[in-house]
Design a protein around this ligand. Sequence first.
Ligand code: ATP
Ligand code: MG
Length: 262
Amino acid sequence: MAKIFCVANQKGGVGKTTTTVNLAAGLAKVGQRVLMIDLDPQGNATMGSGVDKRTLELTVYDVLLESASIAEARQRSDKLVGTDYSYDILGANRELAGAEVEMVELERRERRLKTALAAVSTEYDFVLIDCPPSLSMLTLNGLCCAHGVIVPMQCEYFALEGLTDLVNTIKQVKANLNDDLQIIGLLRVMFDPRITLQQQVSDQLKAHFGDKVFDSVIPRNVRLAEAPSYGLPGVVFDPASKGAQAFVTFAQEMVQRIAAMG
Ligand code: ATP
Ligand code: MG
């Protein structure tokens, strides 16, 4: 049975998509079978995995509205097949923005993705879900089916403040919809150790959250930012770069952490 993780933070531009696609590629590299689900109408994780969101016939939208199964809607990326980094992709595009409204009338609307995932769960070791920058019905669908949440964050002044809403949402989902749910870890991303403030916030994070802060740290690295324009995760685009190496290390840490959880 696959272990399912949401990459979530309601703050925009904090590195969710970069984390999702690079962790997916990194996990594939260390031998894991991975499905990456793009749950953001921006479709950045889809494009960043080498799948053109504009030409997709079936997406996660069709899965949420139960007009397609995940087996029917998932894709392989031509850019990744044949490499050591290949993972399956359930893509998204702008159409998904309408799902929020269309699902209002539906029963079990927050459990649609969970139900759909049950049918393919034995085919994967990991399912990673890239959430949009909001605590919306889409994110709720992700949180409902996940065993845990990975929270990427930049070590900036308001970082801790922003976490409160997310932590409260996770508590509510755990209490009402998904008893399994927990924060697996906080991932420090776009980190620059030369900036004193970032060190200070990083220390605060460790003081508040202890073991919940991943040991791996993702540095600010321009190769990670360049990779999406080639339709590739940074881990594949430039495996020797500092950013790529940090994500492969993080993938290994994830595998160990999950094994330790049992
Ligand atoms: P959104 O909330 O819009 O979905 P996001 O949280 O998914 O955004 P990303 O798209 O992953 O964030 O990252 C935001 C920007 O920062 C992108 O341009 C990305 O390429 C860049 N970026 C992310 N991580 C790094 C890094 N470690 N080093 C350099 N640039 C990075
Ligand atoms: Mg994103």
